[in-house]
Design a protein around this ligand. Structure first.
Ligand code: NDP
Length: 595
């Protein structure tokens, strides 16, 4: 438990009731159906504002060893590790106009990584790059992705502004036939789906939304033509604009302070407040960075994951808000009912500390009360920012709390909450991303495996995988996603180790003359049991949370949803499963055919 919680008085009974009250306000029957995918209803809001619209190239017909779907960190690291595993013939196919994934798309003002850059940015020792700040801004991270692309010769292997439209397994040839939006046909032995986790923007299906006559966009497709400025510059066209932003999650926390500086008036429409702790960002201490000894980054990355999952390493190397809050999966580690009870108290205290921070910053007590988060620390991603809460002390910033109900209606000229219309010129959706929708919907194509069976058909009663990576009926297909896989505060720790797993697995298959590899039904069933076993105290915990994407908006899970879970234990335990599988050398639990 965080030692810093000592002395924080709380009443367990009162807080349990308060949390329940806040949860009840938010329960709704439409669950995930309350959202619409941009691609379905607002295709124009989904278009890429950053890529060259005039780009064109001739279609390619080629044969390669591996097609990697996605050029974000997962895809890039797969490409880098494939080379380290001796596989140099591969293609990376990416929808965006460059590498970067989430850091390509998210260019909203104030966007930064909320995890320390020394642990988040991969391969710092190999590139020799020193992040400028402890928590790097998005433009720097995007540039770092480009540096990785150049350093590891990924650009020549990339097809940008290209969307995969189909992938069909040809059993007689033992290859995937991949087709794209630019008329390409690529035959490959393996396909790695690293298509992103939080990249399909969603918006709430609020009545009247399509009638709005002002400017609308999602944070992940920021319209700088309208706002002026840029990711690093002041938005100079908002001085006479009334701006509304829907959402108060991790994205909004970062965008609101910048909008508050620039807009004539800013209306923040809140359904559930985020808990916001101290950030304390600052420039990198060059002398310290240069003093780090070889191997420091892996040690720091593992130490951070240990700290946030409650493993209590001897030294907390990162020692920031995350390691104080210990955000992820801690309940899954409960050893006994007493331990679980102690965790509950500690959780209440941690959140109480964050609520007190609101009081210490916000001048108006009514506003302060609305900004306090009453739910457990693992229910939503805890946020860290030093300018978010102070923004609400500014006269041009108006918190419109919807008492957990959300926006009532959108009109041609504004937003209606509780019968009151707030006229606005611009509406920004900080309303998040598809997370629980089917994998094929999120990656944008439905792979067709053995015997012509598509992934959506094969997974129609729920995902079935070994480690979230291999799936029966889909030979030589490897997936890096949250479905039945690990999860961690530092996403890149998860993505990087998954990429290494996949790349080394392909390298090992090639070394051993493997023709095809996929999971067996028995190993998939066994893995599902591991997943269920790892939930521990986490299952009850979730039922106390307010709804959100972490818990599928608290919708009762059907058979399919129940199998779409993530590995709830420590990310390090998940890694151990992957390492054990590879170390065995003979692919235990996989159905393998030889050349
Ligand atoms: P979230 O899904 O976390 O937040 C969406 C917000 O929209 C919530 O506040 C939600 O309220 C609100 N909302 C949804 N529907 C309505 C409605 N009808 N009326 C009013 N409000 C509504 O999306 P984010 O983009 O903020 O973050 C998604 C994830 O992206 C994060 O959890 C994190 O993993 C990642 N991220 C990471 C960052 C980093 O620095 N590493 C930075 C930013 C994002 P409610 O809570 O009530 O559902």
């Amino acid at each position: 438990m965080p030692e810093q919680n000592e002395g924080i008085e709380i009443s367990v009974g009162e807080l349990r009731s308060k949390y329940q009250e806040e949860q009840l306000k938010r329960l709704r029957t439409d669950g995930l159906k309350q959202f619409v995918s941009l691609k379905d209803k607002f295709a124009e809001l989904d278009s890429d504002p950053y890529a060259d619209p005039t780009f064109s190239r001739d279609p390619i017909t080629e044969s390669t060893e591996v097609v990697v779907v996605g050029g974000g960190f997962a895809g890039m690291l797969t490409g880098i590790d494939l080379q380290k595993s001796g596989v140099t013939d591969f293609r990376i196919v990416e929808k965006g106009g460059d590498f970067g994934g989430t850091w390509y798309w998210n260019r909203y003002p104030g966007c930064m990584c909320d995890v320390e850059s020394y642990t988040y940015l991969p391969l710092l020792e190999e590139t020799g790059y020193m992040p400028t700040e402890r928590y790097a801004g998005a433009p720097e991270i995007f540039e770092y992705c480009q540096l990785l692309g150049r350093t590891f010769d990924l650009y020549d292997r990339a097809l940008f502004q290209t969307v995969i439209t189909g992938a069909v397994w040809d059993d007689s040839a033992g290859r995937w036939i991949v087709t794209t939006s630019r008329g390409d046909t690529i035959s490959s032995k393996y396909i790695v789906i690293a298509g992103g986790i939080l990249h399909k923007p969603k918006v709430p299906g609020i009545p009247g939304i399509e009638t709005f006559k002002g400017k609308m966009f999602h944070t992940t497709r920021w319209n700088y033509d309208y706002t002026g400025g840029g990711p690093r510059e002041f938005m100079d066209k908002l001085g006479d604009k009334r701006v509304g932003i829907i959402g108060t999650g991790a994205t909004a926390i970062q965008a609101v302070p910048k909008l508050a500086e620039a807009a004539q008036d800013l209306f923040v429409f809140q359904r559930t407040p985020s808990a916001v702790g101290v950030r304390n960002n600052g420039p990198t201490d060059e002398a310290w960075f240069k003093s780090l000894k070889p191997g420091w980054q892996e040690e720091r990355v593992v130490n951070f994951t240990q700290s946030v999952t409650g493993a209590k390493p001897a030294v907390d190397l990162v020692n920031d808000g995350w390691t104080d809050v210990m955000w992820t999966n801690t309940q899954a580690a409960a050893e006994s009912p007493e331990h679980l009870a102690a965790m509950e108290v500690s959780d209440f205290q941690t959140m109480e500390k964050l609520r007190r921070r609101v009081d210490s910053i916000i001048e108006d007590p009514e506003t302060a009360a609305k900004l306090k988060a009453y739910y457990g620390k693992n229910c939503k991603r805890v946020c860290f920012h030093d300018d978010y809460l102070p923004a609400f002390n500014k006269p041009n910033v108006h918190l419109v709390d919807t008492e957990g109900k959300g926006i009532e209606r959108v009109t041609e000229t504004g937003i209606v909450v509780d019968g009151v219309e707030y006229p606005i010129d611009c509406l920004i959706f900080a309303s998040g991303f598809e997370v629980q929708t089917d994998l094929d919907s999120r990656v944008g194509f439905d792979p067709i495996g053995r015997d012509g069976v598509s992934l959506s058909e094969s997974w129609s009663h729920g995902a079935h995988t070994l480690h979230g990576v291999l799936s029966g009926g889909f030979p030589n297909m490897m997936v890096i996603s949250l479905v039945q896989a690990g999860f961690g505060t530092n996403f890149v720790h998860f993505l990087g180790r998954s990429a290494r797993h996949v790349a080394e697995l392909i390298g090992a298959c090639e070394a051993q003359g493997v023709a095809t590899i996929e999971a067996t039904p028995e190993s998939e069933e066994g893995w599902l049991m591991v997943l269920y076993g790892a939930i521990g105290g986490g299952a009850d915990y979730v039922t106390t949370c307010t709804p959100g994407y972490f818990n599928s908006e608290l919708a009762a899970p059907d058979e399919k949803a129940a199998k779409g879970l993530v590995f709830a234990g420590s990310l390090l335990d998940y890694h151990a499963h992957l390492d054990e599988f590879r170390a065995a050398g003979d692919f235990p639990g996989a159905l393998v055919t030889k050349v």
